[in-house]
Design a protein around this ligand. Sequence first.
Ligand code: 26W
Length: 820
Amino acid sequence: MTNEMFKKEAFKKSVKDNVKFLYRKTIEEATQEQIFQAVSYTVKDVIIDNWLETQKAYDEQDPKIVYYMSMEFLMGRALGNNLINLCGYGEVKEALEELGFDLNCIEDQEPDPALGNGGLGRLAACFLDSLATLNYAAYGCGIRYHYGMFKQQIKDGYQIEVPDNWLKNGYPFELRRPEYAKEVHFGGYVRAEYDAEKGATRFIHEGYQAVKAIPYDMPITGYDNDVVNTLRIWDAEPIVDFELDSFDKGDYKKAVEQENLARNIVEVLYPNDNHYAGKELRLKQQYFFVSASLQEAIAKYKKKHDDIHKLYEKVTFQMNDTHPTVAVAELMRILMDEEGLGWDEAWEITTKSVAYTNHTIMSEALEKWPIELFSRLLPRVYQIIEEINRRFIAEIQAKYPGNYEKIKKMAIIYDGQVKMAHLAIAAGYSVNGVARLHTEILKNQELRDFYEMMPEKFNNKTNGITQRRFLLHANPLLADWITEHIGPDWITDLSQLKKLKVYADDEKALQEFMNIKFRNKERLAKYILEHNGVEVDPHSIFDVQVKRLHEYKRQLLNILHVIYLYNQIKMHPEMEFYPRTFIFGAKASAGYATAKKIIKLINSVADVVNNDASINGKIKVVFIENYRVSNAEIIFAAADVSEQISTASKEASGTGNMKFMLNGAPTLGTMDGANVEIVEEVGAENAFIFGLSSDEVINYENNGGYDPNVIYNTDEEIRQVLMQLINGTFSSDTELFRDLYDSLLTNKNTDRADRYFILADFRSYADAQKRVEEAYKDEKGWAKKALLNTACSGKFTSDRTIQEYVDDIWHLDKVIVRKK
Ligand code: 26W
């Protein structure tokens, strides 16, 4: 696939010109970073034309628009992805070679825009890619954090967080749009005023602090269709620049406060994943981007339409988890206070415009704001939520007369807190989970009362990932091989991959497939040597667990099993053992002590195991520093085994599991999240499943947990592994891992022992690992499993997910931009 716009000679000239104009340098004098900037500007030129064309098409065709509201967009690098989607990657690579540059190295100059934590943020990025590729009008709405996800360094085995100053050199793929600035108000008080003419009370917000929201647009290119959608992220600026004379006016304090508010609000992404901390600044961030985005959406709608009552026919807002849920009340406020509608009209429009996706059932992730904080920061919005709550409770009472338990469980405001999930469900016209099992758990456990009261709102949308980034860009060798065998249609229709099934017994094809895997393993081995200084053997099994560090994801189970294997090899040196490289990558939230301790443990085990000559390099343990989107692409392509070992019921979906599968790595996992559907697609014989089921876990939880001490006392090998945490095997400080040891065996006031069923699942996990080894030794058998994983991964494209959102929730129209 080629693109006229990237004719080599014209491209080279444009890059040279950009280097000259931007840096007053010749190509020979420019640094790699400067070449990156120059190339990016050339690519942006191509994009701008399509961007304008897309805007024009939207103006003419007036499609319904989805606003995907998300605190996080984990975009990853844009240059390579844009070249892929513009079908210019090959030409540009060659053009740069002729200029003496390697496109891969140029791509490496780009900072990862990491405006997200993990799954939820990366999903938002995949969705934008699919929306543009499928010709739907969509805006991403978010925050232009000055500092994204921190960079992780490992020092002495410990995680160190380093600020991610991604805007340091200027980011070429963004466009500042000051002409669309909006004002957002915080604090102050609400004054009620009776309007005799209308016979109605008006509410006037006064004494507030104001912040100016300035949008920056990032282009989202569709694949080979000339569509360019927009990710609009908001930056904050003070309304009036700090003026000395305001001191005289007595406004000095306020001027300083307003300036500080603007400075702080978008400074940094909260690095918590699945953990609610209740920070005031976070609520400010939420309201800031939600208010600016809604104002913009309504202004845009009103340019073309004069009946605000029909807003929902042209506009829909998807709330990515509860983080933007204040949108419900803010939309009500705008419709009533600014558009002059009454409550009922405003409520009808709102409840036909907002929809909610739930991404987690971890109770510690639920957002519940203290009413003191909420009402002080957002007095008018709070007032509206109170009224929504009052009416919602009346509805509950009408449906369940006298049942006060229901009110206690379902009210939006209760126990001095505003419960954002309840607000999202009460107002949303759709509530969806992100994998079949997850949605069932929502309906039958977590949100049971809501499901009972309004079953029609609930639906499932199993997550997906974009094959453009995670196969076409990440794994060019495999992408080419697939295209040679089944043609290029898989790039926009991933179900085509099933055509590869005919090669499942074709020796030549299997051989080629595994050769590609081997070359990708060499590429990763090189990366690990360069970045970790550890040599790993690409002939060993690459067993990979990369994801955020969280107890429920059970990296601890993985590393305890490594210790167990190490003990086995030490005890029986003659035992047959297929060499294995255990690869980890994970960031821990800065304040999550247990997670950080697990990182230290992994690195401590790595130190001992990697340096023990007596095991002949049979096991290597590698912790890849600073796991992020850009190195993820290299890692997925090189994996033999995909570790998806969360405690069943805890992982809403997982999306890494899909990226591994797409790249031909069988899943070693529990029946959790989307693993269930992965196994359904690929067949149980091509996965390695173990552990308690979600029903069993939930059953234990509802009955006070289980007792891990029984296992500790009866299983000698497990006991040995646990003892090694506190006997100096992995640290001269025998107390270093005491907390981890205790967490597995001792009930605390707040927590049950082994909350995540690590000991309960240990034997079953070890057996599954044994099965992996046996299967891997059968070379042809393994190749077949690997190939079938790729062949059966079609369901897990975000194109399918997005089409389901469109069909069942958003009802968007396709827009054609390309006129050819
Ligand atoms: C308030 C703090 C906070 C921050 C982030 C709470 C919750 C979150 C996210 C919802 C956590 C998250 O990323 N969840 C993940 O979402 C993915 C996309 O749907 C799923 O694949 C993962 O299973 C889920 O953990």
